[in-house]
Design a protein around this ligand. Structure first.
Ligand SMILES: Cc1ncc(COP(=O)(O)O)c(C=O)c1O
Length: 405
């Protein structure tokens, strides 16, 4: 007989990650996937990374011991150095924590900032994994609409004020993906970043600037970070997942020392420390100077894939049923549909191609404070994972699925 567990209230409210559930569906042989937000495994620097394994021998037992919860010091220092031009000032090790993926940054931050019922301001659409973690902390969401340039920051103050009216207190956090957003691909212009930083400071609301795609710009000039525009109150997070490989599970966050200290304490209760083996390998990979060379290579590689998917979408999909803009970085095409994305997803999977239905990128009406947003007429297509022939064939299959509506 199955054991009868009495689950916590928190577990009762948990739902499986929609993305993980989709992954199960699309693992059929022959399926072409534009669904996961994944880098191209064909370009993982396997040999260079494996060669860094020598360091495990030279470090000896140190690499196999528990490390500091804050992170492996040489990696912390490397990240501090690389962050300086991005963040506009020198950052100290006390302002950095290394995490098991930037997903864990959201978890740590939720544990130290969010009480059940608190509200998080997010752009709509937003990263479903963030919704999953924040939801698990009992958060609700106030949504700021987006256009092709990302969050419409001229609506931000109004959304915050409406939240204050609705629940009697301010939102606890603003969550934003400023560069080549997941899912919309949009890159927030400088003036909007300045406006967001100004509004966040005026209301005294902290910001999580989630930036795993910032290094993956394929055209145009880098835009200053929100962190560099604020004098505190911004937690900047990035990750090796998209620029090296997601399986290494190494990411980092930079923010005010007091907040980082609190997050480190929360992390002590999660995993004691991020895998020291993984951190030692990543630190060695960076120390040998491989990361910069790899970045240059993947930028060229992904720019070509973005162009290939743009061309395939234009050639094969009916322009009266889909519209999209060309991303200038990151991993995604965000496609507006004339029909329901979930319905199309079912037909597409039957044709042998998968994407992420837009609905997963919006909180549900019941967890939204203020106006809910309708994600049904959207689809997120990842252009980095599929191989060039699959990009063309997958788009043709998508065209067939659209013609069956
Ligand atoms: C915007 C955003 N933040 C965070 C993550 C999580 O990345 P990691 O693998 O570092 O946990 C992802 C992964 O898709 C992402 O797109």
């Amino acid at each position: 007989m199955a054991f009868d567990y009495t689950y916590s209230e928190r577990a009762a409210g948990m739902r499986p990650s929609p993305i993980r559930e989709l992954f199960k569906l699309i693992q059929r042989p022959g399926m072409i996937s534009f669904a996961g937000g994944l880098p191209d495994p064909a370009i993982f620097p396997v040999d260079e990374f494996a060669a860094c394994g020598d360091v495990l021998r030279s470090k000896g037992p140190e690499a196999l011991q528990y490390g500091a919860t804050e992170g492996y010091r040489p990696l912390v220092l490397d990240i501090a150095g690389r962050m300086e031009p991005l963040l506009g000032r020198q950052v100290t090790p006390e302002e950095i924590v290394i995490s098991a993926g930037s997903q864990q940054v959201m978890d740590m931050l939720s544990r130290v900032l969010i009480d059940p019922g608190d509200v998080i301001v997010a752009e709509a659409p937003t990263y479903p994994g963030a919704l999953h973690t924040f939801r698990a902390a009992g958060a609700r969401f106030a949504l700021v609409p987006c256009d092709g340039d990302g969050m419409q920051t001229d609506r931000l103050a109004e959304v915050i004020e409406r939240c204050r009216l609705a629940i009697g207190r301010l939102p606890k956090l603003i969550y934003t993906i400023i560069n080549f957003s997941n899912p919309s691909g949009a890159c927030l212009p400088e003036a909007r970043r300045r406006q967001m930083a100004e509004i966040a400071a005026r209301f005294g609301i902290p910001v999580l600037e989630d930036d795993p795609y910032g290094e993956l710009r394929y055209s145009g000039e880098r835009i200053p970070t929100l962190f560099s525009m604020a004098s505190g109150g911004v937690l900047y997070a990035s990750s090796f997942s998209k620029v090296l490989a997601p399986g290494v599970r190494v990411a980092w966050a930079v923010g005010d020392a007091d907040l980082i200290r609190k997050m480190v304490i929360a992390k002590q209760g999660m995993d004691l420390c991020t895998s020291v083996v993984a951190q030692v390998l990543v630190a060695e990979y960076c120390r040998r100077g491989h990361l910069d060379g790899h970045l240059a290579k993947i930028r060229t590689h992904y720019a070509a894939k973005a162009a290939a998917m743009g061309a395939a979408l234009r050639e094969h999909l009916p322009s009266d049923e889909v519209s999209f803009s060309e991303p200038t970085g990151g991993f995604f095409f965000w496609v507006r549909l004339a029909s329901d994305g979930q319905e199309l997803f079912r037909r597409a999977v039957n044709e042998g191609v998968a994407f992420l239905p837009g609905e997963t990128c919006y909180p549900e009406a019941g967890e939204t404070v203020g106006e809910p947003h309708d994600g049904r007429p959207f689809a997120r297509l990842c252009f980095t994972f599929a191989q060039p022939n699959e990009i063309v064939e997958g788009t043709k299959r998508l065209a067939r699925a659209l013609s069956r509506s």
